[in-house]
Design a protein around this ligand. Structure first.
Ligand code: SF4
Length: 469
């Protein structure tokens, strides 16, 4: 088989499936290459389906002119470059293209340090990729980092002007796409009876949560995108109809649609009703939704398959505020109760290692967790240590957030992931704070997990029963 372009989503670990959910932009990029022979291989998914899957062997069984490797989340820093090297080894004449937020942030360093990468597409790639495949001159292609006689050059970055013409739901080009619909970030679940799918409903963000590499200022710098843009109701509806036809039970919007305003979500829900869309939704809300939105969502979506993820981050209101989530405890509990009253599932999310957090403020997170699991009925409850995202506010302004970064360059991320791949001790979070060293952060995480283990309600909750990010 010959491919004009082969997309490869690397597993974060070379020999086992890790983080197999693909960036949503891979789908739109594939669909922008109409008329070309294109396929996407998800290495983690292939490893789930066949423990002996070997990407090098798979590549020897086909021809390809170009390879697009996503390096969006820094967790893939080592394997994305490893796959790039293998692609060149198998077919030395191919062009290797990297994209995604991490690749965009470190584009210069990657191009200087890894000769088997030919191009990095910075920011949003839907304009650049078709031009690159068409053979246009590099200097005329937007968002491109390339070499010219050994010098690394870059063209100006611009965002996609209108997201409505992009197709985020045609996934037949993903190898084993039906199995992909039965996958979560942790892996493929053969016995899972429902399909879910992450759908791009917008791009950009207006907030600057301390830990987020996709925050407002980061997207501004990397993608030239200012604020949040939602796709039109018509464009989202087209995808929803297609996904329902594919048999998807749960759609996971990329963006918190409550933030698009009542006119938008009112129109969307009305159109969904008219079109007979009855899928559930896994919706991560970015602040606190109002009760009118929750009521309307419960009315339109299958409640059995619908989960709202709210993110208090901390039980302490001022720690929450300082890290980007702007709501009070009283309002949070009120909204949790309302969500239960209208019959929807909910899952609160906390974090350990937040800037400004102390042992004392973390006690309030433990208290809030206890209240939630005794007085309420969450379907699941999360708490994870933060990891240092390149481009996040705390990465860019460590002094302001009173943190000490352990990672500064792409090489730091690459080596951290390489150590993990070699089963060597590695720095899990990549920073410490003025108040908390890495060991203390992990101790707090263990404390939180012990609290859950002691609770019979949550101990009975299977991690497989919900979609996890
Ligand atoms: S975590 Fe915060 S900054 Fe990042 S996308 Fe969500 S709301 Fe925006």
């Amino acid at each position: 088989m010959h491919y004009d372009m082969l997309f490869i989503h690397p597993s974060a670990h070379p020999d086992s499936p890790q983080f197999i959910v693909m960036p949503m932009g891979v789908v739109s990029l594939m669909n922008e290459l109409e008329g070309y022979d294109v396929e996407a291989i998800n290495v983690g998914l292939e490893l789930c389906l066949d423990r002996n899957f070997d990407i090098e062997e798979a590549l020897t069984q086909c021809e390809y002119d170009c390879v697009g490797i996503d390096l969006h989340w820094h967790e893939h820093s080592f394997t994305a470059l490893q796959v790039a090297e293998i692609c060149k080894k198998v077919h030395p004449g191919c062009k290797v293209i990297l994209g995604g937020l991490t690749a965009s942030y470190f584009a210069q360093e990657i191009m200087h340090s890894f000769e088997h990468v030919d191009y990095v597409v910075r920011g949003e790639g839907e304009q650049a990729l078709p031009l690159l495949l068409r053979g246009d001159e590099a200097e005329l292609i937007p968002n491109l980092v390339y070499r010219d006689n050994g010098t690394v050059k870059e063209t100006p970055v611009s965002p996609v002007e209108c997201l409505d013409s992009l197709d985020f739901s045609t996934i037949s080009g993903i190898r084993h796409w039906e199995d992909y619909l039965k996958s979560s970030i942790h892996g493929h679940m053969r016995r899972r009876f429902w399909y879910d799918f992450w759908l791009c409903t917008g791009r950009g963000c207006s907030y600057d949560c301390s830990y987020c590499g996709g925050a407002h200022h980061s997207q501004n710098r990397l993608c030239a995108r200012h604020g949040m843009t939602f796709r039109s109701v018509d464009a989202v509806m087209k995808d929803l109809v297609h996904l329902q036809d594919l048999g998807v039970h749960v759609v996971c919007p990329s963006h918190d649609i409550s933030l698009a305003g009542p006119q938008y979500w009112g129109d969307l829900f009305r159109c969904m009703k008219e079109a007979g869309i009855s899928m559930g939704m896994y919706l991560e809300v970015w602040q606190l939704p109002d009760t009118a939105f929750l009521e309307a969502l419960a009315d339109i979506c299958n409640p059995r398959f619908t989960t709202i993820v709210m993110t208090p981050l901390s039980g302490n209101e001022s720690i929450r505020e300082l890290n980007g989530k702007h709501f009070a405890n009283e309002d949070f509990y009120d909204r949790v109760k309302y969500t239960e009253d209208v019959g929807m599932n909910h899952a609160p999310y906390f974090a350990t290692g937040l800037p400004f957090e102390t042992r004392k403020t973390f006690k309030e997170t433990l208290t809030m967790t206890e209240v939630l699991i005794t007085d309420f009925n969450p379907s699941a409850i999360f708490c994870t240590p933060l990891r240092l995202d390149p481009g996040s506010p705390m990465f860019e302004n460590p002094d302001h957030y009173k943190i000490v970064k352990h990672f500064h360059t792409f090489r730091d991320y690459y080596e951290r992931c390489m150590k993990r791949a070699q089963n060597l001790p590695h720095d899990f979070i990549g920073y410490h704070t003025e108040n908390l060293d890495g060991r203390t952060i992990m101790e707090m995480q263990n404390e939180w997990e012990a609290l859950l283990r002691e609770n019979p309600v949550m101990a009975g909750t299977s991690m497989d029963t919900l979609h996890f990010v």
